[in-house]
Design a protein around this ligand. Structure first.
Ligand SMILES: Nc1ncnc2c1ncn2[C@@H]1O[C@H](COP(=O)(O)OP(=O)(O)O)[C@@H](O)[C@H]1O
Ligand SMILES: Cc1cn([C@H]2C[C@H](O)[C@@H](COP(=O)(O)O)O2)c(=O)[nH]c1=O
Length: 620
C-alpha cells in the first residue's frame, strides 16, 4: 500500500518531475494488490484513489504506457466507506457524481469542465474520475500528447496530483488502439487538455450516443486571446452538464476567468505553465494588453514549447486599485498560499513579476508622425491589426496609473457597453449615450469625482468621496472619437504627463497618446494603429456618446483626405498610417522643425486654439 499525495503547492516543475520519479519508484517497489493513493487537494479535501491492480491482463497494445490504463480499466475493490470517504466532496454543480451507481442512467453522458488555466479543471476531472471509480465503474483517462509538461504518462494538476493516462494525438482511434474488448469494458472516459483534440466532437458523439459511455471533458474554453480554443465549446450542446471554473487572478487575487500569455508568441498552441501563462481577472486581462512584453529568449519564438521558460514578465500595475494594499483585504486567498495582492506581482508556481516602473518597461519606438490635432488618422484599408501587431503594440504602452495620479481626466460615454445604470445602481448618470459601462469597480460604487471637461458627456455619481477605478473611461472629444483612458505617465523630457487612450470600439486597435498642460490644453497627440471599421462606426460613436458637430466631423473627413504619407516609418508594424496634414505641421521647438528620430507619431493640433502649442515631440 502506498500513501502519497504530498502537497506540492508552489513547487516548480523540476520538483514535480522528481515527484513523478518517486511515483514510479513507488509503483516499482510495491507491485501492488492495491494502490491506495491519497490525494489531498486544497483546502482540506482528501480523495482516496484505490487502484485495483491484481487483475492485470496483457497490456493493451500499442498504446503507450498501458500499465497505467490498467489501473483504471478494472473496477476498484468495493470496501466499506470510511470516514475518509465521507470527506470526498464531489463538485457541487454535478449532483450525479454523488449518486449511487445503481440510480444512474446507464446511457451515456457528457460532462464538460471549462475554465482558464489554473482554475482546477484537471483537479475536478481527477475527482470525478475517481468518484466514478469509487462507484465501481471502469475508467480510462486520455490526454493530448501535445501536453508533455509533466510527462506523457500522467494527467497532472498544477499541484502535482496525478493519475495515469493515455497520451494520444487524436481520439477517434482510441477504441482501435485500446482494442474492442478493453474498450467495451470501459464505462467512463476522462479527457484532459481537450482543446487540443480536433476530433473531440465526433469522439463524444460516438462514445456517448452510440457506445453509452460517460465522457468527462476538461479543457480551456478560450485561448490567451479569449477566442474559442479548439472544439471544446462545440461539445457544449452535447453536454449533460457544463461547469466553468475560475482561478485566482495572479495580480489581485480576485476571480480569474481568463488566461494571459506573458510572452510575445502568437501561435494559438503554446505548451507552458506558469512560466508562460497566468490567470487573471477581467480587469487585469485588459490591463495586460498594455503591459510591456519582454523579448523572448533567443531561439524561443515559435518553438511552441516553453519548457525552459521564457524570461519572466516584469509587470507593474501601478496605482491600480485592485493591486493597492488593502484593496483586496476582503478577498484573501482561500488556498493559504501567499496572497499576490500582498505581494501583488509574485505569481504562483514560481512565476515572479518584479515591480518595474512604467518608464523601464520595454518600449518599441516608432518614428515621428504628425497629424493635425483633432484629427484621427484615416481609416485603414487593412481591416485589423495582426496579432503580431497587437502584441508588439503591447510593448509600447505604459503601466496603468490611477486616477489619483492622472490629470485632466474626463469620461467617455461608450457605445457597445452595458448600461451604467445596470452596473452602478448608486450612480446617477446623465449622459447623452445611455449605453455606458464602467469598469468592474464601478459595480461596487467605487467612484470619485471626475473632471468632466468634455462638454457633451456628463456623468455624475452618488458618492464623490469614493475612489474611482484605475481604468477610466474618458472622452476626448477633441478629435471626435471616443477614447478610453487607461494609463498615464510622466515622460522624460516632457513637461506634462502623457495620457494613454484606447479607442472604445470593441475591435478597433487604434490608440492615442496625449499630453495636456495643467490648464487642460492639449500639447501633443500621438495616434497609433488604424481604425479597423467603417468610418460610420465612429460617427455612430459620436452620435451616441458625444455631440461633435457636423462641422467638426466634416473637417475631420476633409483633412483626413488631405493627409499624405510622411516618412519611412511606414514599415513600423504598428504604424499602418503615416499621413499628415502638411498645413498643420509646425516646427518643433526641440528639433527646429525637423523630425525627431526618437519620437513617436506626433500629431499637431488642428484646433486653432491649441495649434501653436502642439509642438511637442514625445521623447523618452
Ligand atoms: N492563480 C491561481 N489560481 C488558482 N489556482 C492556482 C493558481 N496558480 C496555481 N494554482 C494551483 O493550480 C491548481 C489547479 O490546478 P489544475 O487542476 O491543474 O488546473 P487547470 O487544469 O485548470 O490548469 C490549484 O489548486 C492551485 O493550487
Ligand atoms: C491559454 C493557452 C494555453 N495553451 C496551453 C498551455 C497549456 O499547455 C495548456 C493548458 O493547460 P491547463 O491544464 O489548462 O493549465 O494549453 C495554449 O496552447 N494556448 C493558449 O492560448
Amino acid at each position: 500500500m502506498v500513501k502519497r499525495g504530498k502537497k506540492l503547492v508552489g513547487e516548480n516543475n523540476n520538483n514535480l518531475e522528481r515527484k513523478d520519479a518517486n511515483y514510479k519508484k513507488d509503483i516499482m517497489f510495491f507491485p501492488p494488490f492495491f494502490f491506495f493513493c491519497q490525494i489531498r487537494t486544497r483546502p482540506t479535501i482528501e480523495i482516496i484513489f484505490i487502484y485495483s491492480s491484481f487483475h492485470f491482463p496483457p497490456p493493451p497494445h500499442p498504446l503507450p504506457d498501458p500499465f497505467h490504463l490498467l489501473f483504471s480499466l478494472f473496477p476498484p475493490i468495493r470496501r466499506r466507506s470510511t470516514p475518509m470517504d465521507r470527506r470526498i466532496v464531489p463538485p457541487s454543480s454535478d449532483a450525479h457524481v454523488s449518486l449511487p451507481m445503481e440510480s444512474r442512467s446507464m446511457s451515456g453522458e457528457i460532462h464538460v469542465i471549462l475554465g482558464p488555466m489554473f482554475s482546477g479543471k484537471t483537479t475536478a476531472l481527477l475527482r470525478r474520475i475517481q468518484m466514478e471509480m469509487t462507484n465501481g465503474r471502469s475508467v480510462a483517462m486520455i490526454k493530448s500528447d501535445k501536453d508533455h509538461r509533466y510527462g506523457l504518462d500522467s494527467v497532472v494538476t498544477h499541484d502535482g496530483v496525478k493519475m495515469p493516462c493515455f497520451a494520444a494525438s487524436e481520439l477517434l482511434s482510441f477504441r482501435d488502439k485500446l482494442g474492442a474488448e478493453a474498450y467495451n469494458k470501459l464505462d467512463v472516459i476522462g479527457i484532459d487538455e481537450a482543446q487540443f483534440f480536433e476530433d473531440l466532437y465526433d469522439f463524444c458523439c460516438n462514445t456517448v450516443d452510440c457506445d453509452g459511455k460517460t465522457v468527462v471533458v476538461a479543457g480551456l474554453d478560450g485561448d490567451y486571446l479569449r477566442k474559442r480554443f479548439g472544439s471544446v465549446l462545440d461539445v457544449v450542446p452535447l453536454a449533460d452538464s457544463v461547469m466553468k471554473l475560475t482561478a485566482r487572478c495572479e495580480i489581485c487575487s480576485r476571480r480569474a476567468s481568463f488566461t494571459l500569455r506573458k510572452t510575445n508568441e502568437t501561435q494559438t498552441e503554446l505548451i507552458g505553465g506558469a512560466d508562460v501563462y497566468m490567470p487573471v481577472c477581467r480587469q487585469h486581462y485588459v490591463d495586460g494588453e498594455m503591459v510591456g512584453i519582454p523579448e523572448p529568449a533567443a531561439g524561443h519564438i515559435g518553438s511552441g514549447v516553453t519548457d525552459g521558460g521564457p524570461p519572466a514578465l516584469e509587470l507593474r500595475f501601478e496605482g491600480c486599485r485592485s493591486c493597492s494594499s488593502g484593496g483586496e483585504e476582503d478577498t484573501p486567498r482561500r488556498d493559504g498560499r501567499p496572497d499576490p495582492a500582498v505581494s501583488p506581482l509574485a505569481g504562483a508556481n514560481g512565476a515572479r513579476y518584479k515591480s518595474m516602473s512604467p518608464a523601464l518597461l520595454p518600449i518599441t519606438r516608432g518614428r515621428a508622425l504628425r497629424y493635425p490635432l483633432g484629427l484621427a488618422p484615416p481609416l485603414s484599408s487593412n481591416p485589423s491589426s495582426s496579432l503580431h501587431e497587437r502584441l508588439i503594440k503591447k510593448t509600447d504602452e505604459p503601466s496603468m496609473q490611477s486616477q489619483n495620479q492622472s490629470q485632466g481626466q474626463n469620461l467617455v460615454a461608450s457605445e457597445n457597453e452595458s448600461t451604467l445604470s445596470e452596473s452602478v445602481p448608486n450612480s446617477a448618470i446623465d449622459v447623452t449615450n445611455s449605453r455606458v459601462r464602467l469598469p468592474t469597480e464601478a459595480a461596487s460604487g467605487e467612484l470619485q469625482p471626475l473632471k468632466c471637461s468634455v462638454q457633451n458627456t456628463r456623468m455624475f455619481q452618488s458618492d464623490p468621496s469614493e475612489p474611482i477605478s484605475s481604468s477610466i473611461l474618458e472622452k476626448s472629444a477633441e478629435d471626435g472619437y471616443n477614447w478610453r483612458k487607461y494609463g498615464q505617465k510622466h515622460v522624460k523630457g516632457s513637461e506634462y504627463p502623457r495620457s494613454y487612450y484606447k479607442f472604445t470600439h470593441p475591435t478597433c486597435e487604434m490608440k492615442k497618446q496625449m499630453e495636456r498642460s495643467h490648464d487642460g490644453q492639449i500639447t501633443g497627440i500621438i495616434y497609433k494603429g488604424h481604425h479597423d471599421h467603417p468610418k460610420s462606426q465612429s460617427s455612430r460613436h459620436l452620435a451616441a456618446g458625444t455631440m461633435l458637430s457636423c462641422h467638426e466631423e466634416e473637417k475631420t473627413d476633409k483633412l483626413s483626405s488631405l493627409m499624405s504619407v510622411e516618412d519611412e516609418s511606414t514599415n513600423a508594424p504598428d504604424h499602418t498610417h503615416h499621413q499628415i496634414d502638411p498645413n498643420s505641421i509646425t516646427e518643433s521647438p526641440e528639433t527646429g522643425g525637423g523630425q525627431s528620430n526618437d519620437c513617436d507619431e506626433v500629431t499637431v493640433d488642428g484646433n486653432l486654439e491649441s495649434k501653436r502649442k502642439c509642438l511637442l515631440l514625445f521623447r523618452d
